[in-house]
Structures are given as structure tokens and as C-alpha cells.
Ligand binder design. Sequence first.
Ligand SMILES: Cc1cc2nc3c(=O)[nH]c(=O)nc-3n(C[C@H](O)[C@H](O)[C@H](O)COP(=O)(O)OP(=O)(O)OC[C@H]3O[C@@H](n4cnc5c(N)ncnc54)[C@H](O)[C@@H]3O)c2cc1C
Length: 298
Amino acid sequence: MFDCIIIGGGPAGLNAALVLGRAKRKVLLLDENKPRNAVTHASHGFLTRDGIKPSAFKEAAYADLRKYPNIEWAQVRVGAMTKEQGGFSVQTETKETYHARKILLATGLKDQLPDIAGIESFYGSSLFPCPFCDGWELRDRPLVVICKDERVLHLGKLIWNWSKDLVICTNGQRFLTDEQKTAFLANGIKVIEEEIAALEGEDGQLQNIRFADGQEINREGGFVAVDLQQAEAFGKALGCTYNEQGGIKTDPFGRTSVAGVYASGDTTFNGPQQLILAAAEGSKVGAGIVIDLVDEEF
Ligand SMILES: Cc1cc2nc3c(=O)[nH]c(=O)nc-3n(C[C@H](O)[C@H](O)[C@H](O)COP(=O)(O)OP(=O)(O)OC[C@H]3O[C@@H](n4cnc5c(N)ncnc54)[C@H](O)[C@@H]3O)c2cc1C
């Protein structure tokens, strides 16, 4: 019986494992190793790790965990989990079953890209979801913002902080008012409402955007509004309450509405998503789980 099984080994799950391990707890981390940022070459904005390759970040994290013999891990996909007397049982897709007193869901989110020909080959190389992660690398270059709904009012204005050479593409959606378009134009931002036929370029480097009406524009990169979904539905299956954004609702220590089930990182979807924020949530939930275990034992 483990004190805690952590499902998901991104920064949230890894940092929780470290905190639990350092509290002498018997921990099992199960991770399929398909993180949200797998498409990127470098991660930014994490103090002391700025510009690190996602794979190097994980290697450094496991080097830290290796110091604690009470932390075990395996690269495997979890298929299901159920509540049982005294805790939970977790089944992997390779048919192993493990038991734990507490469960931490740190399975993250998945990005759903707009349905535009070629977009996958640029995502993570020259097209990104978040300017705080990749804006510096694209600063002052000819950029595009691809967004099909009202999020563009915020995103278009925000990206303008990094480059004044900006085109907004709504991909065929005509929801902007004349006033909103005039406000963009007054700040040098062009709006194109035509449908995008294809994104073109080489080796992940965006060069050209072709529209359905035949016009083309040259762009060197940009930002795209993605739709975010839970990577897994374990929270639903266990009966956890979700917030309006679709994140698992927790208290500040990562406790969900179901006793013994905790959540941290992107999966709580309660604000911006960044490695350092996920790691911080992982650290807090690790402490929360230790506090609850001690309360039960004391
Ligand atoms: C293109 C892109 C670029 C980004 N760049 C940056 C950046 O530069 N800086 C920054 O701070 N943030 C960046 N982010 C955001 C960052 O990747 C996330 O905020 C962060 O990874 C969230 O960490 P997490 O631990 O919650 O989830 P994740 O890192 O997504 O980890 C979740 C883990 O759970 C595993 N998992 C899921 N389901 C199962 C299952 N059933 N069984 C076992 N394992 C499972 C997954 O395989 C994965 O390894 C970027 C995101 C994207 C999409």
C-alpha cells in the first residue's frame, strides 16, 4: 500500500513526489510521458531553467527524485482507478494494479488546435499558445494571431506588446464590430476575416498564410488560441467537482470535493498555465497530502 499514487509526471506530479518523498512517504508516480509541451524545443520563464529542453527538465527532476528510495515511478499509462476500503486501487494499461491511501491527479490538459491545414507542423516551433512562454523569441517580428472568437480582443492586444507588426486572422468568423476593428487598426494591427486555406513554411518555421479568397501574407510566427480539454476524465469518474473552465476544483492545498483525491497543475485549470505554476501547485498539494495523512495517523 502506497501513501500516495500520483498520476502524471509533469512539473505538478514531479514536484508533489519530491515533497511527499522528503516527508518520508511511500510514493508511486505513474506517467505516460506525453506532456502538453512535448512539441516545443525549449521552455521559458522558469527561474534557473529558462530555455531548457522539456526532456532535460524531466531528467533533472528525476535526478532529484532518485535521492529518495521511498519514491518509485514507472512509465505507463493509467487506465482506471476505483475507490476501495482504506483508499484507492489504480490499474495500468499493462494490467498491473496498485493500492494507495491517497490519489493525486496531475494528468494535465490537451490542446486542440483549430482545423487549419498545416497548423500542426508549426505548433511549438513558430506558433505558440502563450506569449509569456514564447513572446520574447518572436519579439518585433511579423506575427499573426489566429483566433476564431472573442478571445482575440484580449489576445490581439496582448501580443501587440511583443510585436507591432501584427495581423489578426479570425479564420472566416466575422464577429468583430467596426469599432473593435478600428481600435486594432488605430494601433497598426490589420484584421483579416477570410478563411485560412493553409499555413506554409519549412521545418516548423511559418513563412506564409494563404487565404480561401486567394490573398497571401508573409508571417514569421505567431500565436494561436487553442481549445483546452482535460487529458483524462479520472476526476469525473471519481465524482470530483469541476470549475467553469472545466478544471478540477480544489482548495489551496489541492484537495478536491472527494476525500482522498487531490489534483494539481494544469488539470485544475484555474488561471494561466506554466511549468513553474504547475510545480508550485505540486509542491502545495504534496504538503496538503502529508498534512491529511498525519491528521489520520496522529
Ligand atoms: C506549445 C506549448 C509551449 C509551452 N511552453 C511553455 C513554456 O515555455 N514555459 C512554461 O512555463 N510553460 C509552457 N507551456 C505550458 C506547460 O507545458 C504546462 O503548463 C505544464 O506542462 C503543465 O504541467 P502539468 O504537470 O500540469 O501537466 P503536463 O506537463 O502536461 O504533464 C501531465 C503528464 O501526465 C501524463 N498523463 C496523462 N494522462 C495519463 C495517464 N492516463 N496515465 C499516466 N500518465 C498520464 C502525461 O503523459 C504527462 O506526462 C507550454 C505549453 C504548450 C502547449
